[in-house]
Design a protein. Structure first.
Lengths: 394, 721
């Protein structure tokens, strides 16, 4: 073998050292907190071209709010997606179609999920506790959340699921029969079956039944103002306080959701907010502080905020659950920012699900799951200091 | 420097001694390539399973891509020598590149997974397929390229060098690699350490070839240093490349059964197996549901069997003060990790048994008051064995008269989708065949309780009457498992849904359907495109290629089938499965030797037809044995079958090569058709034959494939021009 010369030897040695050095110096490109590098930037949905059925089926209604445009195009005005549909197209939420220049909802009177749930399950902790909500859902969602619990109906078209026939009057009748205090529009995204929801809610209101809107809050102001006239309470998700995460994990945008909170606050609707704490994405303390600061400044301190523990679900199955202490920490942060009622969900028997008076700090309601073994409220007043506790208690 | 380059090629004017030395050197190199490639293949399976969904689709896609790429690589070798004669110098340098690529690919898989796809999210079928194919491509193509290229190098020196010999040498390397990985490397080393060890022979073989030359050029030394440097860097980056986004990695090890990592995020510890979170120390709702739903039904449970469990479950079991708790977990390393991080609280009455659950039950006379299954979803052949009628019968035989058997599968929150409905119905109908009473409880996970005594759905009331305190059930049960939701589930059960059997795993079909539904995709485009491509390939193939295509198909198909049946009958016993795989590889070698001898005779075409006939007869014997003596078959039968079928298939390679003319283009075609057939055999048997036809018809299907190959031979489909 021919001996190598000094230059070759030096080159080889340098190459070896550079390689080892690079490895040790942490030049490995994959470090913590780099989720912004990961995956698609934006998973927002798109219109389904030429996907409308040939003819309308029984469960349809003309769109509540839309514009007719030239060439028989229409623009749906229900949510900020503002789907511009040519004849034969289907909306992002999958529920609306353009049939020859008219916008129709195909989710009207055909709920695919109907259950009777405790109101605490929504979660609504400050609205008529220990009552039940007759809960319905038709298909569709204007988001694409990767951790959706109800993806089989939220990410489905109306004709792809089994459904019951239950037009608005029937919903109200069944809710009353079931002894429910409220009707909840929930599970999938209620905004996408707006026409069904608002017609049912109007009848329910006349019948003395409450209406609960459980939503991602991605709705335009005009339909929301109409909705606020008939709903009694809402739980709206504030999925994060970062538009990039909204686009990446949920296929939505942040600002329209913030606008929804402002509108509901102006309209005096009782609402509670929910944030699912997803490890690695929505567990940033600074973001949570900023979010809570915004809430206090823009909505005041009285709207309850729920932090929910994440469990792997749907497409987001390769993440661990949220540590209980992260949620605890967020609760403290939120309260330090000034939010008076902060709750922790998906943590059985945690004191974070109890209600404490914001004035005297006494335990007002002890919650054990859906049970309420301790209730120290008298009407809407704290039994101990007579402070009014925000909410709808009777 | 054309003159110098000439020195690096074999030339007929070389002395015989030098030529013999070179031949030995190339032979060593080919064996080393075989060894390195099999280790790499097995490492890749682990890497992809850890990064993507570990279902039967992913497993099949990995083998499919590997084999197809091998076939394409063989074609590339032929194209390469048409442009430039094969040279020893390029062979050695490409071999070094292969060693470096092994490390680069593993690190690429780990890095790119979370850059291309969202961290923490599952990936659908088509992106998974693209990722597996794309990431396997560099190594797979080069690996497929090198074996025929080695032959061309040798034929530069000796034009009569038999192609089958290269096949045999590669096979020797494959056997060594398979045994080294399965019985040594996987037990002691991490993937990148395994790659380091498995590629050392390749580096040595390449160096020995070059050292035998008159001078060693710096270019080779640079390549060698580069390859060695990359292998060493791999060792340094092992743990770093596994660091999670959230929390920190506090434990990592490889077991025979998969990759175990423990992540810590604040106080939360989560054990991940193959990239999926399996156990955590804060999962009280799952712990309570899994244990109290079945145990609350029993008056006084003394003996309890848990097949799979996490820490909190044992604490719940302890509330019943049982006399004995047997916890079955096949992976010793996993329970060690659970104990080490206190994710398993040991009880005095706890017996941890490291055996396959099915094998354990088949071999014990012990009876239990409760048998509780806590396993992942049945989306692989291995897990599906615990959800079949045959296993339910086995469980019933080991229950005391009032005992309860329970298992859980993913359920629903508010709507039971059609695939989920079929899955639940199939399981319900299967359980009803063996138990008088079956109760399904709705939830995010649906719990099935099976017994010969009446069952009570009001778990909260049962627990209250027993004075057992729970955190989750006592507070949430009434709102989650309401009479209305119980009725909803009951109303959605379909009486005519087929049952799930060992021999016909209906559930796997449904799991495939569910997976595709989750990603709103359909396997149809892939199936149609694959079918068209296959048809085009077959139409353009010559008879010897069709024979080898069917041979490759049959050997991989029967290996998949036999492993599936073996696990059903004898449980997943690592060493035995390893032995079975080795036998399938080992038979090829004497087969190729025999074929090499037969080809020298004039009537090699008849020999080829005889082999085809014998393969069909061997498959027919397997079918007959499965139909008539299914439960009574012994392990030795499957080993014998594996050896026989691989021997006959191995025998066909030299014969088909001779039929094709034996020249370089023929060798490339034959190598390719064997690999493409093997790729199709893996995919079609795993994803179509077994789940949709069941094992009997799957065996018949393999026979048909071979009959098709034999017909091509008999009908004289166009031969060598």
């Amino acid at each position: 073998m021919k001996p190598i010369d000094r230059r070759t030897f030096l080159c080889l040695s340098a190459a070896m050292l550079a390689q080892s050095g690079a490895a040790h110096a942490g030049l490995w490109p994959f470090q913590n907190d780099r989720h912004e590098l990961s995956g698609e930037e934006d998973i927002r949905g798109t219109i389904f071209k030429n996907d409308a059925p040939k003819t309308l089926w029984k469960w349809h209604k003309e769109g509540f709010s839309y514009q007719k445009l030239e060439d028989r195009k229409v623009m749906c005005n229900i949510c900020p997606n503002r789907c511009l549909l040519e004849p034969g197209d289907r909306s992002i939420c999958r529920s609306k179609v353009n049939m020859d220049g008219t916008l129709y909802s195909l989710a009207y009177g055909n709920p695919c999920a109907v259950h009777l749930d405790p109101v605490e399950k929504k979660p609504l902790y400050h609205f008529k506790p220990q009552t039940t909500a007759f809960s319905i859902a038709a298909t569709g969602c204007n988001f694409r959340c990767l951790n959706c619990q109800n993806w089989e109906i939220s990410q489905a078209k109306p004709h792809e699921v089994r459904h019951e026939e239950m037009f608005p009057a029937e919903v109200v009748r069944k809710a009353r029969e079931a002894g429910a205090a409220s009707i909840a529009y929930t599970y999938s995204e209620a905004t996408t079956y707006f026409e069904y929801m608002i017609d049912t809610a109007r009848l329910a209101r006349q019948a003395g039944i409450n209406n609960l809107w459980i939503s991602n809050g991605f709705i335009n102001k005009e339909p929301l103002l109409e909705l606020c006239k008939v709903i009694n309470a809402a739980n709206v998700n504030l999925k994060s306080f970062d538009d990039a995460i909204y686009r990446k994990l949920n296929g939505g945008r942040l600002q329209p959701v913030l606008n929804t909170f402002k509108t509901m606050n102006e309209q005096g609707v009782h609402f509670e907010m929910t944030t699912l704490v997803v490890p690695g994405y929505i567990d940033n303390e600074e973001m949570i502080k900023e979010m809570c600061g915004w809430i206090v400044t823009n909505l005041g301190p009285d709207h309850p905020l729920h932090f929910l523990r994440f469990f792997p679900n749907y497409k987001l199955t390769r993440l661990p659950p949220t540590p209980a202490s992260t949620l605890d920490n967020f609760r403290k942060l939120a309260m330090a920012e000034g939010i008076r009622y902060v709750y922790l969900g998906n943590l059985p028997d945690h004191p974070g699900s109890n209600t404490y008076c914001h004035h005297c700090g006494q335990l007002l309601i002890e919650r054990r799951g859906y049970r309420m073994p301790v209730n120290n409220l008298e009407g809407s007043l704290c039994k101990f200091c007579r402070t009014t506790i925000p909410g709808v208690w009777q | 420097m054309p003159g110098k380059q000439e020195n690096w090629r074999f030339s007929p004017i070389r002395s015989n001694t030098s030529a013999n030395n070179s031949e030995k050197g190339v032979s060593r190199l080919v064996m080393s390539i075989g060894l390195s490639s099999v280790v790499m293949q097995l490492v890749l399976v682990r890497e992809f399973l850890a990064q993507f969904q570990g279902n039967e689709f992913t497993i099949s896609l990995i083998f499919f891509s590997w084999l197809i790429l091998g076939g394409m690589g063989a074609w590339l070798a032929l194209l390469a020598i048409r442009r430039r004669p094969a040279s020893l110098s390029l062979l050695t340098r490409y071999s070094l590149l292969l060693a470096a690529l092994a490390v680069i690919e593993v690190l690429s898989i780990r890095t790119l997974r979370d850059i291309i796809f969202l961290h923490g999210a599952d990936v659908g079928f088509y992106p998974t397929m693209a990722a597996i194919f794309g990431l396997t491509a560099p190594f797979g193509l080069l690996n497929g390229f090198l074996v025929p290229y080695s032959l061309y190098v040798l034929r530069n020196q000796n034009p009569d060098y038999p192609g089958a010999r290269i096949y045999m040498l590669d096979n020797v390397g494959d056997i060594c690699g398979g045994m080294l990985f399965s019985f040594v490397l996987v037990l002691w080393l991490t993937p990148l350490q395994s790659i380091f060890v498995a590629n050392l022979p390749l580096l040595v073989a390449a160096t020995l070839i070059v050292a035998g030359r008159q001078q060693v050029r710096p270019a080779f030394l640079l390549s060698l240093a580069g390859a060695m440097g990359v292998l060493l860097i791999g060792l340094l980056l092992e743990n770093k490349s596994l660091t999670p986004f959230e929390g920190r990695l506090i434990h990592y090890e490889e077991s025979r059964y998969g990759r175990i990592t423990v992540h810590q995020d604040r106080e939360l510890l989560t054990i991940f197996v193959d990239g999926s979170p399996i156990f955590s120390n804060q999962n009280i709702s799952q712990d309570e549901e899994a244990i109290h739903f079945p145990l609350s039904q029993i008056g006084d449970p003394h003996d309890i069997l848990l097949i799979g469990a996490e820490g909190g479950m044992l604490q719940e079991v302890a509330k019943y003060r049982p006399a004995r708790v047997d916890y079955l977990e096949i992976d010793r390393k996993l329970t060690d990790v659970q104990l080490r991080y206190k994710l398993l609280q040991p009880l005095p009455e706890l017996h941890i048994i490291h055996r396959d659950g099915r094998a354990f039950l088949a071999g014990t006379d012990r009876r239990y008051d409760a048998i509780i299954i806590n396993l992942p979803e049945p989306d692989t052949f291995q897990i599906n064995r615990f959800f079949t009628g045959e296993f339910f019968r086995l469980a019933r035989e080991h229950l005391r008269p009032d005992g309860v058997f329970s298992f859980r599968v993913a359920g629903f929150d508010n709507y039971l989708s059609d695939p989920a409905r079929l899955k639940i119905s199939s399981l319900f109908n299967t359980a009803r065949l063996h138990f008088s009473h079956v109760l399904s409880l709705p939830g995010n996970k649906i719990t099935f309780l099976c017994s010969d005594r009446p069952l009570n759905a009001d778990i909260a009331a049962l627990l209250k009457s027993k004075g057992i305190h729970t955190t989750y059930i006592s507070s949430f049960f009434s709102g989650n498992i309401t009479p209305e939701r119980l009725k909803y589930l009951q109303d959605n059960l379909l009486a005519d849904t087929p049952v799930n059997l060992d021999t016909s795993p209906f559930l796997l079909r449904i799991m495939f359907q569910q997976w595709f539904a989750r990603f709103a995709t359909s396997p149809l485009p892939f199936t149609v495109a694959g079918f068209i491509l296959l048809l085009l390939y077959l139409c353009r193939s010559r008879r010897e290629e069709l024979v080898l295509f069917s041979t490759g198909f049959v050997i991989m198909g029967s290996e998949t089938l036999v492993i599936f049946v073996y696990q059903i009958l004898f449980g997943y016993v690592y060493e035995q499965i390893g032995l079975l795989v080795t036998v399938f590889l080992t038979g090829l070698l004497p087969g190729a030797w025999l074929g090499e001898r037969l080809r020298r005779r004039r009537n090699f075409k008849k020999s080829l037809a005889l082999c085809d006939t014998l393969i069909i007869m061997t498959l027919a014997m397997l079918l007959l044995a499965l139909v008539t003596a299914h439960d009574r078959l012994q392990p030795g039968f499957f080993l014998l079958f594996g050896f026989a079928i691989s021997l006959l298939c191995g025998c066909q390679f030299p014969l088909a090569l001779t039929l094709g003319g034996g020249d370089n283009p023929a060798a490339a075609r034959i190598f390719s058709s064997d690999l493409i057939g093997a790729a199709c055999g893996t995919l079609i048997t795993s994803l179509l034959f077994i789940p949709f036809l069941g094992i009997f018809w799957a065996t018949a299907g393999l026979m048909l494939i071979k009959i098709f190959g034999m017909s091509a031979l008999a009908c004289g489909v166009r031969s060598k021009k």
